[in-house]
Design a protein around this ligand. Structure first.
Ligand code: SAH
Length: 453
């Protein structure tokens, strides 16, 4: 099989990253945006010993689950890998992915994995936009999305999964950059100023926060930029620079310079107010977050007498939900600014039975449990993609809470951690997939384990 050759293939499977898979002799060929049961033509882009990648060219026979995408960039952009699949089928695909990981990586058989809870509407749900800024090959400054498996930017006029104002604000910033010849950051040389544009909207209050990630600590004529932004878009409550001078893939740095308004916006979920600042993590799906947290709370089965740990707590979102139903909650999070926000969040909601601690969960919890003698009845964890640190899991195992609620954005690390917990005194009761990221291959899960006594 040669690079550049055109193959006619019958797709008979779908991979975890959403590519259709066809066998060509003994070679598995992965084709973007091709669906199971389709016959397609594709151009081979790269080959290895047992597999190859190919780009979809024509659909000869289409799947009954194929839908017309809303976005013209769907085949180039790395964001919505399965936007051409009917939404119900996306939910089925996501559950199947979770089942496969729980069985193959976690070695569970017949685990109780529920159907994926869908997100309605499944467009316009995202409360955060992040656009990389760069100079493309013909010298034009663009903001958009990374193309699949690359750092080339696909310029975007409008992203349909985001809120309406994001593209207008981005255009305004790009116009300012062009007007004053401000250089975008150049990844390979590590020079230039503007790296990313990040815009967040609090759906409950409509407040908008604009942040520009810069390699430096200023941007030319920023007063004029702020005036333009604020006068053309309603509800911009915060404009800031985020300093990131490191030559890495990390988007955000550690320092925020306020240019206008507050350094935060306020959102509300299920009657609880949340203050969000540029550096803190906040769930990106404005519609599903209440459902996700509601499931975490339901699975925790609180009666009002419990001590609860909320580990990897961000700005204290789940912690505050839990605190309304528990005796005492401890929230642990590594980013100091997020804990500042978490403490303010507790205060503005008059929630007093909560204590927030800055630190790595795997370092803080052993100290809290072993030195201070604190014991949790219920532990909630919501780690980043790589899952929980083993030192943390070992402490939880020793402490033996009644129940663990595990919120996960990656079912491979979830499966691994569930196996470790179930080999050491816990039993897996339920896994609820929740679709926080429609049209992408990602799926969030809430799992619940109980101590075996
Ligand atoms: N539960 C929160 C945040 C979940 S995201 C919410 O739903 O909004 C995961 C969080 O874990 C991030 O805020 C990240 O900063 C934090 N984090 C990453 N590694 C950590 C560690 N080792 N210890 C504690 N927190 C960590």
């Amino acid at each position: 099989m040669k690079q550049g050759s055109i193959l006619t293939l019958k797709i008979d499977n779908i991979g975890s990253d959403g590519d259709g898979i066809a066998m060509h002799g003994h070679t598995a060929v992965y084709v973007n945006n091709a669906l199971p049961d389709e016959t397609i033509k594709a151009i081979v882009t790269d080959t290895a010993k047992t597999y190859a990648h190919a780009t979809l060219k024509d659909i000869v026979e289409k799947s009954k689950y194929r839908v017309s995408p809303r976005c013209p960039h769907v085949r180039q952009c790395g964001g919505c890998q399965i936007q051409e699949m009917d939404y119900n089928q996306q939910l089925i695909f996501k559950r199947a992915k979770v089942v496969s990981n729980i069985e193959k990586i976690g070695f569970f058989q017949n685990a109780n994995i529920l159907n994926t809870i869908g997100c309605y509407p499944f467009f316009g749900f995202r409360n955060k936009a992040i656009y990389p800024v760069a100079q493309n090959s013909n010298g034009e400054i663009v903001a958009g999305f990374y193309a699949r498996r690359s750092h080339l930017i696909v310029p975007s006029q409008k992203c349909h999964i985001e809120f309406d104002e994001s593209s207008k604000i981005t255009k305004e910033i790009i116009a300012h950059i062009k007007r004053y010849n401000i250089q975008p950051y150049n990844e390979s040389e590590g020079n230039g100023i503007v790296r990313y544009i990040m815009i967040r909207k609090a759906f409950a209050t409509n407040e908008i926060m604009v942040s520009i990630v810069v390699n430096g600590n200023t941007i030319l004529h920023h007063k004029e930029l702020v005036d333009n932004l604020v006068s053309t878009t309603k509800n911009i409550k915060s404009v800031s620079l985020i300093v990131n001078c490191d030559n890495t893939n990390r988007i955000r740095g550690n320092e925020v310079i306020a240019l206008y308004g507050n350094s935060y916006i306020t959102d509300e979920i299920d009657g609880i107010k949340f203050r969000i600042s540029p550096l803190s993590f906040y769930q990106v799906n404005a519609i599903q977050t209440a459902i996700l947290y509601g499931k975490a709370l339901e699975f925790a089965q609180l009666t009002g007498n419990e001590t609860v740990f909320d580990l990897y707590c961000g700005v204290g979102t789940i912690s505050l939900f839990l605190a309304r139903k528990a005796r005492k909650v401890y929230g642990v999070e590594v980013i100091p600014q997020a804990i500042d926000d978490a403490r303010i969040n507790a205060e503005i909601n008059n929630i007093n039975n909560i204590e927030f601690i800055v630190g790595k969960a795997e370092e803080t919890i052993p100290l809290l449990v072993e030195n201070n003698g604190v014991k949790a009845d219920i532990v909630v964890v919501d780690p980043p993609r790589k899952g929980c640190d083993k030192a943390l899991l070992s402490t939880i195992i020793k402490m033996l809470p009644q129940r663990i609620v595990y919120v996960s954005c990656d079912s491979t690390s979830l499966a691994r951690d569930l196996r470790y917990l179930c080999d050491n005194g816990f039993s897996l009761k339920i896994v609820q997939p929740v679709d926080m990221f429609p049209h992408s291959v990602h799926v969030e899960c809430v799992a619940m384990l109980e101590a075996v006594r």
